[in-house]
Every structure is written in C-alpha cells, then in structure tokens.
Design a protein around this ligand. Structure first.
Ligand SMILES: Nc1ncnc2c1ncn2[C@@H]1O[C@H](COP(=O)(O)OP(=O)(O)O)[C@@H](O)[C@H]1O
Ligand SMILES: [Mg+2]
Length: 305
C-alpha cells in the first residue's frame, strides 16, 4: 500500500460535538491509489467524502493518520493537486478568465502573458464558455457556469492529482455528458490521477477504474473497492450493453440501499481498515462455458487484496 502513488494511511477524523463529546467521522481509513488511476467514491451524504478530499488536498489536517503522495507527506495545498469543490469557490472579484489565468500563471511562471491567456481561454472553451461570458465575474454567471469555470481552472493547471467533489452536480445532462467526455480525453492523454466524489452511479461506472464504497457514518469506512471490468474506451450509450454493466450496477445500488446502513457505525478499534476488493466479471467467468446464455453459471466474486 505504501508504494502507491497516493497512500492514505490510518486516517481518522474527529470533530468536537459539544459538551466535551466528539464525532468520529471515520477511523483508521487506509487505501491506495495508483498513478494514472481514475477512482470514484460513492457514499451517502454526511459519511465524510468531502472531509477525506479536503485532507487529500492538504486543506485540512486529519485528527491522526497520514496521506503520502509520491512518497511525500501531504501538508498544505500544492499546485500538484487541483481541486474542484462541491461549492465551486471562485474568487468573486476576478472575471471567469482571470480565475483561470491566476492559477495557470502560478503553475507556469515562464509562460508569456499571451500564452497564459490563450491556454486558459482554450480550457474555458472546452467547458463551453466563450466570448463575453469569460469576462464576467462569478456573480454574473449561473451556478452551472461557475461550476464550469471551476472545472476549467483545475484542468488547465495539469495537476498530478485531480480532486473532484461532485463536480458535475450543478450541470444539465447535456453539458455534463460533454464535460465527462472532455475529462476522459484529458485523463487518457496524460498520466494524471483522478479522485472523484459523485452520487451518480452511472457516471461513476462510465468514468472509473475502481469505485470505493463508503458506509454511513459516524465511524464510516471505505468498505469495498469495486473494479469496473468494462474495457475502455467506454461510450455512455454502449456500456449499458456490456454483460458486466448491470451486475456491477446492481452491486453498487444494493450497497447504497442496504449494506451501507448495515455496515454503519461499526467501531473497529485500532485496526487499519482497508477496503475489500470486489471484482465482478461475467465475461471472464463464462469463458469456455458452453451455455448460450452469457450469464449462465456466473456469480459475483469478492477477492481480498
Ligand atoms: N469542520 C467541521 N466541524 C464539525 N463537523 C464537521 C466539519 N466538517 C464536516 N463535519 C461533519 O462531518 C461529517 C462528514 O461531512 P462531509 O465530509 O461533508 O460528508 P460528505 O461529503 O460525505 O457529505 C458530517 O457529519 C459533517 O456534519
Ligand atoms: Mg460532500
């Protein structure tokens, strides 16, 4: 685990909850993410996803435990980590364009002003923002537009690690589809690593190599790591025909509907909580099977790391 590009080791987060009591959001969470991996995390509201992301970004300190990136402990923000927040958080006094150029100029200090502007404009266009719009301040933009500026700002900086907290939640379905495609294009053309929080199961299956499943809090755990055994490139209108699609989807829905509650609140003391690897592959299972039905004889397998 400690060899992973991103290594989360025994992370515990407690918050004061009045009267000297404390709320344990999660305890001894441990998992790793490989370089270039695209990992999504699913879990009910309040289980601690944004808290984990803020710690990965270096914007919050855990109560105990550590995060290592490239073998170095994460402490404080860095241009190597690009964040898209749930509430977009743009600088309100700067135009959309300047919100992007601000970071790009810091990331590439050797670039000329015109190159910085050209690069930033290109990323804004990629998320559908062009013309006069990019000179408007955040208050003059719709929620969906602000979210797109925030996405352009993170992508334009080419961070080693992209941290995305429900980035597409405020977007209409058409824009969301376009930006998901752009994200996949950028990711597959670079060695960037992506950690993304989403509540959209289909989005997670379309995008991720692996989906981490979190139980409800308090004492939430990353209980499972589900491999997405659907080959890339994936197209949203084609993956639904893949034999593994509904098996994976059903597993995720069942976890969120039932098991996230059943497994909730289990205090496990000092043990390190690593997720169980779940690999669902009906194609692999039926290889050499003489049945005409591709699902014949298939069952779900859980494999421990
Ligand atoms: N700064 C804070 N102080 C106290 N409690 C907090 C703080 N940040 C988050 N929490 C609590 O921690 C839990 C997890 O929050 P969060 O990480 O935002 O969940 P999620 O993103 O999964 O919806 C919630 O119960 C929330 O109220
Ligand atoms: Mg959140």
């Amino acid at each position: 685990m400690s060899n992973a590009f991103l290594s989360i080791e025994n992370l515990t987060q407690r918050f004061p909850a009045g009267k000297g009591e404390s709320l344990t959001v999660f305890e001894n969470a441990s998992f790793g993410i490989e370089k270039g991996e695209f990992v999504c995390i699913l879990g009910h509201s309040g289980c601690g996803k944004s808290t984990i992301m803020n710690i990965l970004a270096g914007l919050a300190e855990p109560t105990s435990g550590a995060v290592l990136m490239d073998g170095k402990e994460v402490s404080g923000p860095s241009l190597d980590r690009g964040v898209v927040f749930q509430n977009y958080s743009l600088l309100p006094w700067l135009s959309a364009l300047k919100n992007v150029t601000f970071g790009v100029a810091a990331r590439y200090p050797e670039w000329s002003r015109s190159k910085v502007v050209e690069h930033s404009t290109q990323y804004l266009a990629m998320v559908g923002l062009e013309g006069d719009t990019i000179h408007r301040k955040p208050a003059q933009l719709s929620g969906g537009m602000r979210q797109r500026v925030s996405i352009a700002r993170a992508f334009a900086n080419h961070p080693k690690l992209l941290l995305l907290d429900e980035p597409f939640g405020a977007l209409d379905a058409l824009t969301r589809g376009t930006i998901q495609d752009e994200l996949l294009k950028i990711w597959s053309g670079t060695s960037q690593t992506v950690f993304m929080i989403t509540h959209d199961i289909d989005e997670a299956i379309l995008l991720a190599d692996r989906i981490l499943l979190m139980t409800n809090g308090p004492y939430a755990r990353v209980a499972e790591s589900v491999e997405i055994t659907i080959p890339r490139p994936r197209k949203r209108d084609q993956i639904i025909d893949h034999p593994n699609y509904y098996a994976i989807r059903n597993h995720l829905v069942h976890f969120l509907a039932t098991r996230s509650k059943e497994l909730a609140g289990q205090q496990t003391g000092s043990d390190s909580n690593t997720p169980q690897t779940v690999r669902i592959d009906l194609v692999e299972e039926t290889k050499g099977d003489e049945s005409d039905d591709p699902r014949h004889g298939a069952h779900l397998r859980a494999v421990n790391e």
